[in-house]
Design a protein around this ligand. Structure first.
Ligand code: PXG
Ligand code: PLP
Length: 442
């Protein structure tokens, strides 16, 4: 392969969720990747402690996935799925359905988590309308929730900067549960915190305020990821499920991060033993090798909508040009086969106690005010510098990258979510590098 000259003008690409001017003054460019490692344009190896952006669960450039995409590109590059179909779309949906919680076996394909969230919210509204309760239009999210960047997602989401500039045009009929993050009670919890199940009772307050007959759905991340790794208190998700069921409200779990092995099971729903009505997914669905997302709906939700219209009528006026794109579908099938063949969810489950121990070994290091974890996810919260929130974690992130380790950060919280193929030695290096860097940071 001929290698391209390294680009020296970075001005055209308007980068997403990036401090563009700061980045372009001192760029960090990745050129290739294999397994657990990235390689930078200046030839350095970087251990991937974040699975890209929580998405490359099987590790980078897996041969089976690469081959499936290459073969598909040469065989059927694109096929419409509006009033047409191609076999891999149905096969991919079936593979996903097989590992969803029992009953959630109808899969709608999208191209991202944001699109999955928009799709799930629309399905919830369409479901109530189809069963003659079209007045159920309110959507309940949660403070600090991240549901992508569509107008639906930022409306039910609870991250202030993501909403602020667009605040005049958010969805009108939305309310929010309180978040569950409380360091006074839960600092340094290993796994699920003991305190906080009662916060689910706030849903009863919201129902009393608006009346159940106006509420379509509740959407939460079972484990909140990008807002800084917030683990649900013991019993909390069970209680949300009970309250939703009692009032005929759909429960949507946004599993864009938690799906496909992150917690050592196919879904967080399975891990927690709580079954929602709808699951959103993306990222690791096909190891992020081609953009893809999806929504798994219960039979009841699906059948209510699909059986409601006249024969020959389109039941749901929704879809994307690239829904079930052949390359994405081929990658999804190969990825799901790989997860199963290599037992990667079980591997994550088995590694979780070691990962937990390595993360919590950071307790007592300079600046560390909390460590929290579940499965192969951990968050390390740092004290913020006076008047400069986020500056300390940014510096840790940059220094780790220079030391050959990629992590994520949000505000002053460091996030860890390595590919599920990570070894114990790599886990030790990941947290060891952070420990060394913390000692050098003011
Ligand atoms: N829901 C959840 C729970 C997510 O975590 C989305 C929806 C949106 O997915 P897309 O594919 O539209 O980005 C996400 C995405 C980070 C980070 O570093 C997290 C996400 C995306 C980018 C960065 O925390 N989560
Ligand atoms: N904008 C225009 C003008 C379009 O024609 C389409 C799709 O046909 C879209 C947006 C939506 O694009 P997509 O289906 O890729 O989401």
């Amino acid at each position: 392969m001929t290698s391209r000259p390294v680009i020296d003008d970075l001005s055209s690409f308007w980068m997403p969720f990036t401090a563009n001017r700061q980045f372009k003054a001192a760029p960090r460019l990745l050129e290739s990747a294999k397994g657990m490692y990235y390689r930078t344009t200046d030839g350095r190896e970087v251990l991937d402690g974040s699975a890209g952006l929580w998405c490359v669960n099987a590790g980078h450039a897996r041969e089976e996935i690469v081959a499936a995409i290459a073969q598909q590109a040469a065989t059927l590059d694109f096929a419409p799925t509006f009033q047409m179909g191609h076999p891999l779309a149905f096969e991919a949906a079936q593979k996903i359905a097989e590992i969803m919680p029992a009953g959630l076996d109808r899969v709608f394909f999208t191209n991202s988590g944001s699109e999955s969230v928009d799709t799930a919210l629309k399905i919830a509204l369409a479901y109530h309308r189809a069963r003659g309760e079209g007045q159920r239009t309110k959507l309940i999210g949660r403070e600090r929730g991240y549901h992508g960047v569509g107008f639906g997602g930022i409306s039910v989401g609870g991250i202030a900067p993501n909403r602020k500039a667009f605040s005049g045009q958010l969805l009108p009929a939305v309310d929010h549960l309180p978040h569950t993050h409380d360091l006074e009670h839960n600092a340094f919890s290993k796994g699920q915190p003991a305190w906080g199940a009662h916060l689910a009772e706030d849903l009863e307050r919201i129902v009393a305020l608006h009346d159940a007959s106006t509420i379509a759905a509740v959407i939460v991340e079972p484990v909140a990821g990008s807002t800084g790794v917030l683990i649900p208190p013991q019993g909390y998700l069970q209680r949300l499920r009970e309250i939703c069921t009692k009032h005929g409200i759909l429960l949507i779990f946004d599993e864009v991060i938690t799906g496909f092995g992150r917690l050592g099971k196919a879904t967080a729903s399975e891990y927690f033993g709580v079954t929602p009505d709808i699951i959103t997914m993306a990222k690791a669905i096909n190891n992020a090798a081609v953009p893809m997302g999806g929504v798994a709906a219960s039979r009841t939700v699906h059948d209510t909508i699909v059986n409601s219209g006249a024969q020959g009528a389109i039941e749901l006026f929704h879809g994307y040009t690239y829904s079930a794109h052949p390359l994405a579908a081929a990658a999804a099938i190969a990825t799901q086969d790989l997860y199963r063949r290599d037992g990667l969810f079980e591997r994550a489950d088995a590694l979780a106690p070691k990962f937990e121990a390595a993360a919590h070994a950071l307790r007592g290091e300079k600046h560390v005010k909390d460590v929290r974890n579940l499965g192969l996810v951990a968050g390390v919260e740092l004290d913020s510098r006076d008047g400069a929130p986020g500056a300390r974690a940014y510096e840790v992130f940059v220094k780790c990258f220079e030391a050959g380790v990629l992590i994520r950060f949000t505000g002053d919280i460091l996030a860890f979510s390595p590919p599920l193929i990570v070894t114990e030695e790599e886990i030790a290096r990941l947290f060891g590098t952070v420990r060394d860097v913390l000692a050098t940071v003011q």
